[in-house]
Design a protein around this ligand. Structure first.
Ligand code: GDP
Ligand code: MN
Length: 380
């Protein structure tokens, strides 16, 4: 789960990580009021769930109230990487003396919680990692080490990030607090880019990106209120609520499949026949009509979808159960595009008998099903 910068900074405040928290404005007028209260100059920052806002014109410094009004209007009119800007964070502008990068994440490659650092921050760290990998600092920690982390453990790393002793001490303090927040909140990423030193020598987080581990969300009912239902992942969020795994793509063949591996193989097969999948949907092994209905509804909410391919391999789940679920779902609302269905595996005969006469196109195999669905999609 992603949260906005302003929400991440509220968490930083809670955990004692120095940052520039401010106020959130929805209109240029609100932005002007907030800037007046805060004192000029201020920074206006687009709150969208994607990076690279600076480059896209979504981060601007305003030195007068007229500029605040003008820039706020301009940023609120932006769409950054498909995300319409609806909120602005207004913070006091900082005089920056240096920018560095500090991140904490789970490195699956080494199975460790890992700090990533770079003395040159602000820019895209991915670029630096490619062109000058020697500039990337790493500190790998087991969960046990992370939960007992001290400033002393962090100091050698912090000194490479900020060579001045007092600043390195401050960075080490921030690292300890980041580790605490990471474990306490079940994060999968905390990224500070840039971590800055201001003109008074103070070290603080100028930007904040936080991801929560979805598998641990059951431990954090308080995070639910941070979900941004206006964001472009609204479908994925609603799918998660009903425990389906759904990712929207840009093709025209909707896919409903049981099992993540089969769902990926289905997308590959559609591509193989020169088609393009409209989504990834792992409906799990369930024969629950409510789930089948929710899956079909999600797929049909995209008007680019011209055909649906339901690809079921019955293992423990029985094909006749799944067929009943799909038929019941179709009673609940009208399915307006052709549906191709392949049912193979446990109780396939029974399942196919139930489907016969339903108007769905029965495929004998996954290949045939994918091919038919691609054809139907192109014909529409
Ligand atoms: P991002 O582009 O989405 O990562 O947004 P950031 O919050 O990282 O801001 C991008 C850049 O804007 C930073 O690297 C800074 O150079 C600049 N910036 C942001 N806030 C301030 C500020 O308070 N003062 C100054 N001088 N520059 C800022
Ligand atoms: Mn940034």
């Amino acid at each position: 789960m992603k949260i906005h910068e302003y929400q991440a900074k509220q968490l930083f405040d809670k955990f004692g990580i120095p940052t520039t928290s401010g106020s959130v404005a929805l209109t240029p007028e609100e932005a002007v009021c907030m800037a007046q209260a805060m004192g000029l100059p201020v920074v206006l920052k687009a709150q969208v769930l994607t990076g690279g806002r600076g480059k896209a014109g979504g981060v601007r410094i305003a030195r007068s109230l007229d500029e605040v009004r003008e820039f706020a209007g301009a940023i609120l009119a932006l769409t950054i990487k498909d995300f319409a800007v609806r909120k602005l964070l207004i913070t006091p502008a900082i005089n920056i003396c240096s920018e560095s990068y500090l991140g904490l994440l789970i490195d699956r490659g080494v199975s460790k919680i890992t700090f990533i650092g770079c003395a040159e921050g602000g820019v895209e760290i991915e670029e630096t990692a490619k062109t000058s990998p020697e500039k990337i600092l790493r500190l790998e920690l087991t969960v046990k080490q992370a939960s007992h982390l001290t400033e002393k453990d962090c100091l050698p790393f912090a000194l490479k990030l900020l060579p001045k002793k007092s600043q390195a001490n401050d960075a080490a303090k921030i690292m300890v607090l980041m580790a605490k927040m990471f474990l306490d909140q079940d994060c999968s990423l905390i990224e500070i880019n840039p971590l800055v030193v201001d003109d008074a020598g103070k070290v603080l987080a100028l930007d904040a990106k936080v991801l929560f581990d979805d598998n641990a969300q059951f431990r954090h009912p308080e995070h639910a209120s941070m979900l941004d239902l206006d964001s472009e992942d609204a479908d994925e969020i609603s799918a998660r609520v009903i425990h389906l795994t759904f990712v929207r793509l840009d093709g025209n063949v909707g896919c409903m499949v049981n099992g993540a591996g089969l769902a990926m193989a289905t997308m590959d097969t559609i591509k193989y026949f020169n088609g393009s999948p409209a989504n990834f949907l792992d409906a799990g092994g369930s024969s629950d009509p409510a789930k089948a209905a929710a899956g079909l509804k999600l797929i049909l909410s995209d008007d680019r979808v011209k055909a649906i391919f339901i690809n079921i391999f019955g293992g423990i789940t029985r094909c006749d159960d799944i067929a009943k679920g799909i038929l019941a779902a179709r009673e609940l609302f009208e399915v307006t595009v052709p549906v191709v269905i392949r049912l193979e595996g446990t109780n396939e005969k029974e399942g196919q008998a139930l489907i016969a006469g339903s108007g769905m196109i029965v495929a004998e195999s996954m290949e045939q099903g994918a091919q038919k669905a691609v054809e139907m999609g192109q014909r529409a």
